[in-house]
Every structure is written in C-alpha cells, then in structure tokens.
Design a protein around this ligand. Sequence first.
Ligand SMILES: Nc1ncnc2c1ncn2[C@@H]1O[C@H](COP(=O)(O)OP(=O)(O)O)[C@@H](O)[C@H]1O
Ligand SMILES: [Mg+2]
Length: 376
Amino acid sequence: MKQAFQFGKIVGQKNFINRKLEIERLHQNFLNRTHTILISPRRWGKSSLVKVAAEQFVARHGNYRLCYIDLFEIRSEKDFYEKYSKVVLGAVYTQFDDWIEGVKKFLSKITPKIRLDLQQEIKFDMALDIRKETEAVGELLDLPERLAVDKGIELIICLDEFQNIAELPESMAIQRLLRSVWQKHQHVTYCLYGSKQHMLADLFNKKSMPFFKFGDLFYLEKISPKEWINYICRQFRDTGKTIAEPFAGRIVTDMDQHSYYVQQLSYYVWTHTEDTVDEKIYDLAVTQLLQSNTILFQKDFESLSRTQVNFLRMLLDGVTEGFTRGEILERYELGTSANVAKIIPQLEKKEIVETYAKKVSFSDPAFALWLKQLFS
Ligand SMILES: Nc1ncnc2c1ncn2[C@@H]1O[C@H](COP(=O)(O)OP(=O)(O)O)[C@@H](O)[C@H]1O
Ligand SMILES: [Mg+2]
C-alpha cells in the first residue's frame, strides 16, 4: 500500500501542500533575477518549498539550470568552494568529457582531479590552496556566471542552511568575497535559506554585514489549518481509509500546524487505522508519538527552573503576549517583568521556545502536548 504521509525528508510534489503564493513569489524572483533569502524555524518546509518551486520553474523554462548546495555538510572554506564548483559544473555538464572540457576552459587556475568511479559517477577533487590562490577562488566563484554566458543559459543556485557560512573561520572575509563576486552576476540567481533565524537575520539585516539587502527577505509562514485538513482527509481517502474532519482538525491543532509534526502524527494515526479513525486510535497515535520522545522530554523538563516551567504553563494556557502585565506575572509567579525578559532567551537557547514573527511559541509541539498531559 502506498504511504500516505511523509516526514523527515524533503517532500516531493505528491505529499506537498500547495503553498501557491510562496511558489509564485519564488518564481517571480527567479524570473526577475532577484535573489531570495528564505527564513523559518526548522522543519516548517523551506527545503521542500524551494525544491518544488525550483523544479516546477525549470520544467517550464528550458533555459534555466538548477544547483543545490547544503551547507550543513560544509566544514571549511575549501569544502564550500569545492562543492560549489562541483555542483555548478554538474548542473551544466552531464557527460564526463564535457566536464573535463569545462574545467580546462573555466578553471584554469586550479588543478582538478576528475575520475569516473565504478558507478559511472563523476568524482571531482581539486588541489586548492585557498590561502595562496585567491585568484583561483575568484575564478571559481565566477564559474556559474561564465558558464551561463558561454552556454546561453540561466542558473538558479540554492544554498540550504546558509547560516552555516557564519560558522566558518574568517567568515566575514568569506561573506565579503561572496557578495562582491555574486552581485556582479547577471545570469545567476541565488536562493539562500536556513533555520537559525537569529543568525540569518544578523547576516542579512545588519547594515554592517556584507549580505545586507542582498535580496528579497522572505519569512515563511505555517500552512493554514484548512489546507492541512483537506490534505489529511484526502490522503486517507486516496488510500482507502476514512478520517472525519474533526479528527484531522485535532491533528492540526495538537501539532500547532507544524509541518513536520502534522505529517508525523497523521502518519501514526493512519498506520493504526484499518477503516475509520476513532477516539481510541487517535489516543494510541498520540501516545506513540510522545513515547518515542519521552526520554528526551524528561531530560529537557528536568533542566528547567521553576519560573521557566511557570512560563511554559502560561504558554500552554494560550497566553501569547502581554507577559509583563502585573496580573500575568502574579498568576504564573513569574517574578518581575525584568525576569520575564530573561526567561525567553534562556528558553530559546535550550531550543524549547522560539520567537518568530514576534510570537513566542513552543519549538516542538509534541513537547507542548507532553507537558500538557503532565500538568493535567
Ligand atoms: N508544503 C508541504 N506540504 C506538506 N508537508 C510539508 C510541506 N513542507 C514541509 N512538510 C513536512 O515538513 C517536513 C520538514 O520539511 P522541510 O522542507 O525539510 O523543512 P525545513 O527545510 O524548513 O527544515 C517534511 O518532511 C514534511 O513532512
Ligand atoms: Mg531544510
């Protein structure tokens, strides 16, 4: 039987809820060669959105080519340049011989090692000493533009988990270099995205930073309850099962519309259901979700101070603003208003809550549900 729900990997068209407006915005940016900076908390759906939008776009516009680089795997400046060249070459040349030609023509200053392995995959290493070879680095960063011009094509370069650039040694110098080269590109559009919003906001919003005002800064929102409910009901129906709308609604509310967790809980409900979802099945699925995390949640909970716990109780009661009002401070025993101002960053650091679009909420809706059960 086909699997109705997916989580933990980038979702393709089949499990993807439309996000029409967001896709349209990305398409407009690709078309107008406007760079995009896309931000949201983890697992809301950035990587999936960029993949679906970009693939749709290149399917419609034959002269565009796509490159993905996940900076999660990048540990050094050299890593980054190698991956960048490799991905760009790979997007333009599909044949081994063309690769060699391309490297000779466009990367004259580096000494690449290219070989075909047994699976006929092109392996590409290069002997690049970045300290000595700043010129080579410049040449390499310019590679997509020069290839695009040579081939009469346009490139879209997607850089996932871009905030990792800030973790590299000498990050400021690297950022300055990237910006200075990239801003001259006429046929390459960059889409930079990632999850650590504080770090990303620092990279793009601070006047003193090289990437200040680099492109269209775009904060992703959650998928609406209505769209989730339609999707959940449809996926059940398409696999010969039934879920009544109120149950689908409960999945969405309990998981706070969080993309990853809505898919995960839906999946558990779906696997326990033979024909139709009922109360017992729903509870079983929630228990399964919470049990798989209990040890982790227990540990998180034990690390909390009394006032931090009180603050979380307040969030669970649905209070999402006006934390410093006298009545709230008193009811939840939060101490002084200065104290509350400290609790939020403390909890953010523990990755228990996050502030997004000025709203404080639990990072993990399953943890919120676990706490709710603990307090009830
Ligand atoms: N548009 C969508 N429709 C349905 N599910 C989605 C969508 N976007 C994300 N998801 C769910 O959320 C999970 C995390 O998505 P992902 O794109 O990896 O998020 P991010 O890149 O923001 O961390 C996916 O595995 C999928 O289960
Ligand atoms: Mg991602």
